[in-house]
Structure formats: C-alpha cells, structure tokens
Ligand binder design. Structure first.
Ligand SMILES: Nc1nc2c(c(=O)[nH]1)N[C@H]1C(S)=C(S)[C@@H](COP(=O)(O)OP(=O)(O)OC[C@H]3O[C@@H](n4cnc5c(N)ncnc54)[C@H](O)[C@@H]3O)O[C@H]1N2
Ligand code: MOO
Length: 432
C-alpha cells in the first residue's frame, strides 16, 4: 500500500467529477485483516478508527493522585469530589453598602461611618429600631432584619430615615450557596480558573488531582534539519515544533523533545531509560529502509497493541506498551498523518491517564461532498464558516500542513465518503 491513494483522496475534496484518476480507479484492498496485526510493517491495516481510539483509552489506568497547591492545579483533573469545607457564605453577609437595620424604620444609629466593614469580626447585637452603617461583604450583626441600601436612606443626627426594607432584603444568608459537606464538583472535573476560585472560597489550600501525564517526544529521521532552508534532499522538522504543543493542549506535561535521527541504538537507549508516562515518536512507523521503530520495539520486548489503524491519513500509526508498562504512540512521519495519530491514539490515552471524561461529540454539516476511502475512515481538515457548517480545506494531503494550519477542526468522513449537507463528526483542534 502506498500513500498514492491518500494523496489522490486529499486532492479530491471538490465535486465528484474532479477526482484524480488514482482515486477513481482505486480498487478494494484485502479485507478481514487481523484486528491487531503483527509488527511486520505498515502494509497491515489494523482496527477501525473508533475501535483504535477505544483500545488506546483502555490501554492505561489513571495515574495515582497527588496533592497540588491551588496555583499549580489549573487544567488538572479532580481525583475526588470537591466537597465544601465551610458554609458559603460562611456568615450572614451584607449584599449592599448601606445600613443594617432591625425592624421597621425610622432607626436610631448605634455607630457613625464607616460602621461595619468587610473582614471585621462580629459586631454587637442590634435591637428593634436600631441601625448601623454596613459595607458590602461585612458580617450582618445579630438582630438585624434587613439591609437598607445607602441610596435609599438618609442619616442625620444619629437618625436614619428611609423605606422599611422587606425582612431579609440584601442579606446573603449563611449557607445560601452551600453547606459544609455539600459536593460542589464531582471527581473527574477538569480544573478551570472558576473551579479554582470555588475551591479557594470553599476552604481548600491544596487539591487531590491526577497529575498531568509526562510526555517525551522522540523525533526520528536523518533527513531533518532544525534551522534554515531545505537543501540537498533534507527538509525542516515540522513535527518537533508541532507535537509538543499539541500534546500540551491535550493535557500532557511535555518533558522534552529529543532529535534522534535514524539511530536505532539511540532510540533503544531513549526508550529503555525514559521516565515519561507516555513516549511519542514521529516517523519510522512504516517499513522503509531506515524505519527502525518496529525493530527496536521488538528488541525491547514491547507489546504491540495497535499496529496500523484503518484511517487516512495516518494508517501506519502504532501503539505499544514497553516492558515497564509505559505506553508508546508511534506517529507516522507525514505531517497530517502525525496529527491523525495524535487525535486517534494520543488523545484518548492522555484522557485515560488523567481520568478525564470525553468531551461531548460535536457535529457539523458539510458544505461540499468529500470523497471517502472505500474501507477506512478519513480525517479531513475543515474550516467552520458558521457554527454548524464545515467546509473542507484544500492542501490536505498527508504530507501537507497548509490545510491543517488553517483548520478549526477535522471532519470524520466515514468509509465511502459523505455528501454535501451530510452531518459529520468534528474533532476540535487546539487553539493555542
Ligand atoms: N511501501 C510503503 N510505503 C509507505 C507506506 C506504505 O503503506 N507502504 N505508507 C506511507 C504512509 S501512508 C506514511 S504516513 C508514511 C509513514 O512513514 P514513517 O512513519 O515511516 O515516516 P518516515 O518514513 O520517516 O517519513 C515519511 C515522510 O514524512 C517525512 N517526515 C518524517 N519526519 C518528519 C518531520 N519531523 N517533519 C517533517 N517531515 C517529516 C519524511 O521526510 C517522509 O517524507 O510512509 C509511507 N510509505
Ligand atoms: O498517507 Mo499516510 O496515510 O500519510 O498515513
């Protein structure tokens, strides 16, 4: 199997008649291949796309929880429910600047300005007919029945006049938002800035979270340059700059991106000494003359869980478990194929390690027909001109980056293709 078919498909996003001959003439490939093919090369196409994602998700267990201070916990998953350690509010609180009043007016002021301020300890009890100036956020004194807003009353000669507020008006009663012990967020919630604010308000200094999976990226290929212009058959490394940030957007903590060339010994050494929770390699998934990845995995005694997936591009991608249990995702070297591998294998695996629930599935309507592979799922870069409309982009060949760089999502095109107006699943791409 060559990627000629994939290139042809990628250029065939337009009307049916515009498909290049290679796509029109493509015949059926062999069927009924084993679900988990042996590590003999990319000619074996493994499980269906959905099933590969499920296998990747099931291949690991969540990392053991750890306690992190709030300021380091952003983006982590809660390992236990967030349970209030206090009532919220913790005391009856004034919702407005004004006066705390007891009973109907007019009132006798027991103190001058500024009166009761936010953060001050409990004040003396008010009795019927008394009032005291109070600030928003201050503790309401015992005996107060309401707060009269400052714009509604007039104070002079230690007397306060104004309409009598309804009992309880502008008082936030203790426990209005929650009682101590109330579950505020379930386990497996991803900590957003607002969730951290809630945790702090509820009394937490630290939270039990799943640590971010530590990822190590190994960039393979002797042909790669890391600066300047392509020359003498060599090309710039496009995957090093992309893979780390992409993994970070998928919830990983990227420890290092290493450039190993096509040196099998260096690859063996890197894999056997890694302390990462996930190793991601780029390139070398196929059976080319310098593709050492599968041989090195075999030499290490790694267990190949997925060897090829029925998805275009990216079908040579693989998932292995190293002898110590560390998962390894092998991304194909063609750049769009590598993105396909990230979303097919790395995304569910990182989600499982961090114990994060899957995001709700999103769908959109195709603006144009998209040709399909006869048996495999296709992932096609699309822009979203309107929330529900997905327009396929050009420059979406396996070795291209222009399409994906302009894309807002990848459309999941089932085997056989999709027509204009069909609703298809969309995979969101990380924004920044
Ligand atoms: N006989 C076959 N050949 C190939 C098949 C096949 O089924 N039979 N599959 C093709 C497909 S599809 C893909 S995808 C690639 C997968 O190749 P590898 O994962 O082994 O990657 P390489 O051979 O190392 O490189 C492929 C291609 O990608 C370029 N590359 C690699 N790394 C980078 C990088 N970091 N930045 C930019 N470009 C990179 C590399 O130069 C090659 O052009 O195999 C096909 N062949
Ligand atoms: O064409 Mo390959 O499909 O780039 O994975």
């Amino acid at each position: 199997m060559t990627d000629e078919f994939d290139d042809a498909l990628a250029l065939a996003n337009g009307p049916a008649g515009a498909a290049p001959a290679a796509a029109r003439g493509a015949g059926r490939r062999g069927v009924a291949r084993p679900r988990h093919a042996p590590a003999e090369g990319a000619a074996h196409v493994g499980p269906a796309w959905e099933s590969a994602r499920a296998t990747a998700f099931r291949s690991v267990r969540p990392l053991p929880p750890r306690r992190l201070p709030l300021d380091l916990a952003l983006g982590h998953t809660l390992a236990a429910p967030l349970t209030a350690l206090t009532d919220l509010p913790a005391f009856d609180t004034s919702a407005m600047d004004g006066w705390a009043v007891a009973g109907p007016g007019p009132w006798r002021l027991t103190a001058g300005e500024p009166g009761l301020l936010a953060g001050a300890p409990a004040a003396g009890r008010l009795t019927d007919g008394e009032a005291v100036p109070i600030a928003t956020g201050a503790r309401v004194p015992e005996g107060a029945t309401a707060v009269l807003r400052s714009e509604r009353g007039t104070a002079a000669d230690r007397r306060l006049r104004g309409p009598s507020p309804q009992p309880g008006a502008d008082i936030r009663p203790r426990g209005q938002e929650c009682r101590s012990g109330t579950e505020l967020l379930p386990a497996r919630t991803t900590l957003t800035p607002a969730a951290l604010g809630l945790a702090a308000a509820a009394g937490y200094d630290q939270l039990a979270v799943r640590p971010k999976p530590r990822a190590e990226v190994l960039v393979l290929g002797d042909e790669l340059l890391f600066r300047g212009l392509p020359h003498d058959g060599r090309i710039r490394d496009a995957l090093g700059p992309m893979t780390g940030p992409w993994l970070a957007a998928l919830g990983a903590q990227v420890m290092v991106t290493r450039r190993l060339g096509d040196d099998a010994e260096a690859l063996h050494e890197a894999m056997s000494t890694s302390r990462a929770d996930l190793i991601v390699t780029t390139g070398s998934t196929a059976a080319g003359p310098m593709d050492h990845l599968r041989a090195v995995l075999a030499r290490l005694g790694a267990h190949l869980l997925i060897s090829g997936v029925a998805v275009r591009p990216g079908h040579p991608m693989l998932l292995a478990e190293l002898p110590g249990g560390t998962p390894l995702v092998g991304l194909p070297g063609n750049p769009l194929a590598a993105v396909s591998g990230l979303l097919t294998l790395a995304e569910p695996l990182l989600r499982a390690l961090a114990d994060r629930p899957a995001a709700a599935e999103r769908h959109g309507r195709l603006t144009d027909e998209v040709r399909g592979h006869p048996e495999d799922t296709r992932l096609v870069p699309v822009e979203l001109p309107e929330p529900d409309a997905a327009r396929p982009l050009t420059y979406a060949g396996p070795a291209m980056l222009r399409g994906i760089a302009a894309a807002a999502a990848l459309a999941v095109i089932p085997a056989g293709g999709a027509r204009a107006q069909d609703r298809v699943r969309l995979l969101d791409l990380p924004a920044a």
